[in-house]
Design a protein. Structure first.
Lengths: 244, 598
């Protein structure tokens, strides 16, 4: 069983988000980056499957050298080798194109990733990879078992659950509880530095560019009006908040 | 600027008479990617395995839950960081194991169990065991397959640890020592497979240490103690009744036990100090969060100056203590490397290095435990009534913190040790204290010099620091002269001196940390760190003035009293600085991110 796990490097979920360069770039200063939380689950299940069935787990990240700590973390958690496509992951299509290019050169039984990243949350990369490779792509996969050449999957659909079977190879967008989240062990951390991390150039070019980002407006202060002065509320809504 | 020659490594305690340059210290911002990953593993472990079940851990009536948590920690390798690879550990350096201690320090009872196992439980064998003993026991302890406890304290032998009554008697066939006696307050007692037991052979003056397997029999214990805090940590009274220990399980030599006990506690102390830092960071994050969420008079309480004052003060103390811990840790690492290069074995080098920095270890124990106690106390206050609720997090933090001032040598014993060790080193000629003390005594009789010798970054702060050192040399130097051999009867003065030494070491570490950070990140990026250092410096000066005064008034009279008080005034002078605004800046930055951010 050879599995390719695609991971993203995203800001820690509690990070404070700011922008720079005229609001066109996310300001990474002082922000801790982590493996995308959904990707982490995909990785955990891939490692479990490898332990069960043998084979290798390769992690793939499209990113600049800054993301290598997250890649090495994936190696510490248990992946066997890593590939970094040396480019900014500018948009979903661009990322999917890189994954497809790597996949075409190798034969993976499964290509797994999170259902979406937690930075831009587009949630379409697995779909595009499926299209580019001409393979089925399923998401959000919450349970995955392999029986010979068949994947037994359960996923959540609008208003219920679906159980299905599909023949390998497959592309899967994953989420918990597909596996128990894995913590890198001391031994894993110490062996990570000896595992191969290959860097390769990107293919194609990003199709989009960002003109500007903005944050939702901050919540204003809350004004308290004593119950006995309730009529003041109308006045404030009309003249100060100007919503009436 | 440094009085220390290029290659001459600073020795333990020498911070008092020598200067360290910023480039010579290690700061936690320098931890590499691998060390950070290790820290993440520790915090991930707490997040997933410990924090969700804190109530269960504290309410557990039997030791199985804690034991199973230790198994899980063992699987991740968290119990073997300090054990060399040849004994199936991970052979991490000292500061990495400090980092592990710090992060796991936020684990409440678990952190106590883990540190007792990896510290006082495992290290006696690592440092004093013979090859057979190491081969036999260390791999099991590093993996967590076996859990360890340390049995020194007895009902009538606490601080006076060498006075234990537990006996070890050689059997007629010369094959065993038969151990009889009672031990008390034994952490991990209920689930330990291995006990390090201290006992006396015949009428020996000093203790001897033994490695005792639970399976030897003759070991019984009471139910877990009911405690104020760390309720999930299994603490027992243990009885040894004709417990037969093979002679080859004596650790080191006969009567070496007290020395082992002292040295092992010493290592535990610096780790306890840094673990307290980890605990305090967690508490402060909770307090900052609460200050954001809780609204009174229509606004978040975090917007009140009184609350900002607390948050700023807490952050400053934590940050400074952390600086001191890793500075000392690196000194220890450097000396270990140096001694190994000179041909000492790993164990010998580690022991010697830790002994060399025993003063700093004791400083960290006292400082860390008192910073944590301050932080949990203010944490409760920030939470107000909710702080007093047993259903909110401050309750556990407040109760669990308190033990740190008691075990691993009470803070009183450690304060006495700080001064005692310093004076002993001076007496042995290992360190020249009398020269500098004499110079200070002369200086206070002369006209004040205005030619401050520090220039460059933080010149003013470094001059203040230099003067604080003079202040303690003046106070302690005069006390030594006055009381000579009877100084040990003047514990109050020794405590005062220890307080000054602790503040000096802490604030010096902070100044050097900021200076080094500026070199890495530039001045603008570390303005808050500078604020925290300045807050601490002003507190330290005030404290040294207060305790210095108290000490001087305790033994000086007439002209001497006046001259010394004038000297103290001169040595505790500091330029005004608006600490209120500094605390606000620090607090605001944390409030903006709802956590401790440094
Ligand atoms: C929860 C917990 C876990 C523990 N775990 C262990 C363990 O795993 N193994 C182990 O061996 N021990 C353990 N201990 C014991 C602990 O180390 C002792 O409690 C501690 O050393 C103090 O001894 P004591 O309780 O006898 O206090 P005492 O020595 O009676 O001290 C009482 C007070 O007198 C002061 N005092 C004592 N002597 C002096 C002096 N010479 N000068 C000035 N003041 C003095 C002390 O500072 C203290 O304030 C544990 C204790 C607790 C509470």
């Amino acid at each position: 069983m050879n599995i390719l796990v695609c991971i993203s490097s995203v800001p820690d979920t509690t990070a404070k988000i700011t922008f720079k360069d005229d609001n066109t770039t996310f300001n990474k200063d002082g922000v801790t980056h982590i493996i995308g939380p959904y990707d982490d689950y995909a990785l955990a299940r891939a490692i479990e499957l490898k332990e069960e069935l043998g084979g290798t787990v390769t992690v793939l990240n499209v990113g600049t050298a800054e993301t290598e700590p997250q890649i090495r973390k994936a190696l510490a958690i248990g992946a066997d080798e890593a590939i970094r496509v040396d480019a900014e992951p500018t948009d979903s299509f661009f990322v999917a194109e890189q994954i497809a290019a790597v996949a075409k050169e190798n034969s993976y039984d499964l290509i797994m990733m999170g259902r979406e990243t937690t930075d831009y949350n587009s949630g379409v990369v697995h779909g595009i990879v499926g299209q580019l490779l001409g393979m089925p792509s399923l998401s959000p996969v919450m349970e995955l078992n392999i029986d010979g050449n068949t994947a037994k999957i359960s996923r959540e659909i609008e208003g219920g659950k679906e159980k299905l079977e599909a023949t390998l190879p497959l592309i899967l967008g994953c989420q918990e509880p597909i596996a128990e989240w894995k913590i890198a062990s001391m031994r894993g951390i110490m062996t990570a530095r000896k595992k191969p991390l290959n860097v390769r150039p990107a293919v194609g070019e990003g199709l989009t560019s960002v003109s500007s980002y903005s944050l939702p407006p901050e919540k204003g202060d809350c004004k308290m009006i004593p119950a006995e002065e309730a009529e003041k509320l109308i006045d404030l809504l009309q003249n100060e908040a100007k919503v009436l | 600027m440094s009085a220390v020659a290029e290659n001459e490594a600073i020795k333990g305690g020498e911070f008092l008479i020598k200067e360290t340059s910023a480039s010579d210290i290690f700061i936690p911002e320098e931890f590499n990617e691998e060390q950070q990953m290790i820290a993440e593993t520790c915090s991930d472990f707490l997040k997933t395995e410990v924090h969700p079940i804190l109530d269960e851990i504290d309410k557990a009536k039997t030791p199985e839950l804690m034991s199973s948590l230790m198994d899980k920690a063992g699987e991740l390798g968290l119990l073997g960081t300090a054990v060399p690879e040849e004994y199936e550990g991970f052979g991490m350096n000292f500061n990495t194991s400090m980092l592990v201690a710090e992060v796991l320090g936020a684990g409440y009872s678990f952190s106590v169990a883990q540190s007792a196992h990896t510290g006082i439980g495992t290290l006696p064998i690592l440092y004093y065991g013979n090859e057979n003993q190491k081969q036999k026991y260390l791999p099991k302890l590093a993996s967590g397959e076996w859990k360890a406890a340390y049995c020194l304290t007895e009902p009538d032998s606490g601080s006076d640890a060498n006075s234990g009554k537990t006996k070890a008697e050689l059997t007629a066939d010369g094959k065993h020592y038969k151990i009889n006696g009672q031990k008390m307050w034994i952490t991990n007692g209920g689930f330990a497979d291995l006990f390090i037991v201290f006992a006396k052979i015949e009428d020996d003056k000093n203790l001897t240490a033994f490695i005792v397997e639970k399976s030897y029999g003759g070991i019984t214990m009471n139910e877990p103690e009911h405690k104020m805090g760390i309720k999930g940590s299994d603490t027992r009274q243990i009885f040894f009744n004709d417990c037969m220990v093979p002679v080859e399980n004596m650790l080191s030599d006969r009567e070496k036990g007290f020395k082992i006990a002292v040295n092992i506690l010493n290592i535990g102390r610096i780790k306890l100090g840094i673990a307290a830092v980890g605990g305090a960071k967690g508490v402060l994050t909770q307090a900052v969060n609460y200050a954001n969420e809780r609204k009174q008079f229509g606004i978040s309480i975090g917007r009140f100056g009184a609350i900002k004052h607390k948050l700023g003060e807490m952050a400053s103390k934590i940050w400074v203590c952390e600086a001191a811990g890793y500075r000392a840790g690196q000194n220890i690492d450097d000396l270990i490397e140096k001694l190994k290069a000179e041909g000492k074995s790993d164990a010998e080098a580690k022991l010697k290095a830790l002994e060399q920095f025993a003063i700093e270890c004791a400083i960290m124990k006292v400082h860390g435990s008192e910073v944590l106690d301050f932080v949990v106390d203010e944490g409760v206050q920030v939470y107000g009534g909710m702080g007093y609720s047993a259903d909110a997090p401050m309750d556990r933090a407040y109760r669990d913190s308190r033990i740190n001032r008691i075990f691993e040598g009470t803070n009183e014993i450690n304060r006495l040790l700080i001064v005692d060790m310093l004076l002993k080193r001076a007496m042995k000629g290992e360190m020249d204290l009398m020269g500098p003390a004499g110079a200070v005594a002369k200086e206070i009789m002369s006209i004040p010099s205005f030619g401050d010798d520090h220039e460059g970054m933080f010149a003013a702060e470094k001059n203040v620091l230099k003067n604080l050192k003079k202040a303690v040399l003046m106070v302690a130097g005069a006390a030594v002269q006055k009381f000579m051999m009877k100084l040990s009867h003047e514990q109050e003065i020794l405590m005062n001196s220890a307080d000054m030494l602790i503040e000096i070491y802490a604030v010096e570490s902070a100044i050097l940390r900021v200076e080094k950070l500026i070199g890495i990140k530039g001045e603008e990026a570390v303005s808050l760190e500078k604020d925290m250092m300045m807050i601490y410096l002003h507190n330290a000066v005030a404290k040294c003035n207060m305790v210095g005064r108290e000490a001087i008034q305790a033994f000086a009279e007439g002209d001497e009293l006046r001259v010394m008080l004038m000297g103290l005034k001169r040595f505790t002078k500091i330029e005004p600085f608006n600490t209120k605004d500094a605390r606000r800046r620090v607090a605001d930055a944390m409030l903006a991110e709802s956590k401790y951010i440094f």
